[in-house]
Ligand binder design. Structure first.
Ligand code: UD1
Ligand code: CA
Length: 464
């Protein structure tokens, strides 16, 4: 039996009060719909059908940015008017094989675990429909599961249509169902919109099938409702974000990372760590970040697409992106690594040092207040405070090459393109250019001759 997935993503999301379609709001910096698509993919379906409607083009544009393996199995159906969830599923059915099992997911429920969905799909067997329910002490807003006296599902009643007794029911509809395509094709047509919202409710499918044969509908109760709760408002979006972060933090702890506070870390991508790594509070990890063993990340660091080797220490408030840091390096506090750097073992980059597209060799140190852009720096080089690579002439960028064991004195400018031979000492305050011909181990110094005037009368403010 092949599985096809339908993801409903046509709704406006009125309660978000936003110009952005609801399913494009982000959890961990990734659209909710993308989370749902990735989860669906884990079930190995034949196709993933996304029903778009409200601001369809924006949703399609997002889908077009997804990786190839997802795009290959995605089809898009358009729901011109948002007439309800039942109508939305009906819009996708023409592209679904009548012999498939169909899993329906909502684009506004981003944290559903694939494992739970696999169990739901497996439980369908020869039934027409299986509904995933959950128990919550705060069922307000959700469809309620109404069972008959034998415990079978009788129908699902939406909040707005429920009477007082039904409102007290704590078993709710998560919105996730799996059904035979053939059953959907025959029953969806029968759904009416004579309800409080004037919509064609997908939830009425359960009552229709059950009224013919109660044993044809299965209910599966999910162990935890929280992670299946849909996002309808910014309050719920924030709640789901925290929930997601809590899950990420727990996974890190289980893998042996020490977190100063699991409630104060944000992972917006994929973070992997070796053993005995410590992460202090308020750090943000974006994209793919790999930390080795015994790495220390200080408070408030923002790290995006970086690889940091064993034993390296990143001190507080360091911001780094698209860079590779090898072993036992010490970076920060307040360092900034823009894209394209490789820092070899034991490199030190200190406070207010900015690096871009630079290679710093083994043991090289840039302790304070420098800009190193487009630089290839050898090993054991000392970059003095205030050193600037002048890599830009207003139109083009050029490279600075510095040999091993060079000592660059404080407040020097290296006007690129320029090469400094190995072992050279550049005296403080030097403006080094390609025109200064030199050999290895030379001292280079450019300084204006000092002028001294004795007993100088400094201008004074007039006394009132
Ligand atoms: C729905 C369920 C409710 C369940 C809850 C769980 C129905 C009628 N109700 O209510 O029983 O407890 O989810 O979160 O199904 N959508 C479309 N086209 C439409 C309408 C909606 O694509 O015409 C999409 C939305 O984009 C959204 C999903 O369907 O992704 C759910 O719609 P929403 O309006 O949020 O339904 P709820 O009121 O939350
Ligand atoms: Ca919803």
């Amino acid at each position: 039996m092949s599985l096809e997935v339908i993801i409903l993503a046509a709704g406006k999301g009125k309660r978000m009060h936003s110009a952005l379609p609801k399913v494009l709001h982000k959890v961990a910096n990734k659209p909710m719909l993308e989370h749902v698509i990735e989860t669906a993919y884990e079930l190995n379906p034949k196709s993933i059908n996304i029903v778009v409607g409200h601001m369809a083009q924006m949703v399609k544009d997002m889908v077009a940015t997804l990786p190839e393996h997802l795009q290959k199995i995605i089809t898009i159906s358009e729901q011109k008017e948002q007439l309800g969830t039942g109508h939305a599923v009906a819009c996708a059915m023409p592209s679904i094989d009548n012999s498939s099992d169909v899993l329906v997911l909502y684009g506004d429920t981003p944290l559903t675990p694939a494992k739970l969905l696999k169990a739901l799909v497996a439980s369908l067997k020869d039934k027409a429909l299986c509904v995933l329910s959950a128990i919550t002490p705060t069922p307000f807003g959700y469809g309620r599961i109404i069972r008959n006296d034998k415990g079978f599902l009788k129908c699902i009643v939406e909040e707005k249509d429920a009477n007082d007794d039904q409102k007290k029911v704590t078993e709710v509809n998560t919105g996730i169902i799996v059904s035979k395509a053939s059953a959907l094709n025959s029953y969806l047509k029968q759904i009416k919109n004579n309800n409080a919202q004037g919509e064609y409710y997908l939830t009425d499918l359960a009552g229709l099938i059950a009224s013919e044969n109660e044993e044809n509908v299965n209910l599966m109760i999910a162990p935890d409702f929280d992670i299946l709760s849909g996002v309808n408002s910014k309050v719920q979006l924030a709640h789901v974000e925290r929930l997601y972060q809590k899950i990420q933090a727990n996974t890190l702890l289980e893998n042996g990372v020490t977190l100063a506070d699991p409630a104060r870390i944000d992972i917006r991508g994929k973070l992997t760590c070796g053993d005995d790594t410590f992460i202090d509070i308020n750090c943000i990890f974006e994209g793919v970040v790999e930390l080795g063993s015994n790495v220390v990340i200080g408070a408030g660091c923002v790290i995006k697409n970086c690889k940091i080797g064993d034993g390296s220490i990143i001190s507080p408030y360091t911001v780094m992106e698209d860079s590779v840091i090898k072993k036992k390096a010490t970076i920060g506090p307040f360092a900034r690594l823009r894209p394209g750097n490789t820092l070899e073992d034991e490199v030190h980059v200190g406070n207010f040092v900015e690096c871009k597209k630079s290679h710093l060799g083994l043991g090289t140190k840039a302790g304070h207040l420098s800009y190193l852009g487009d630089a290839v720096i050898g090993k054991d080089v000392n970059i003095g405070a205030g050193t600037i690579t002048c890599n830009y002439d207003g139109a083009n960028k050029f490279q600075t090459v510095i040999g091993d064991d060079v000592f660059v004195g404080s407040d020097s400018q290296l006007v690129s393109p320029v090469t400094v031979e190995k072992g050279v000492t550049i005296a403080a305050g030097t403006t080094m250019t390609k025109h200064i011909k030199h050999e290895a181990n030379a001292l280079i110094l450019t300084r204006a001759t000092a002028v001294v005037k004795a007993n100088y009368n400094r201008p004074q403010k007039k006394k009132k």
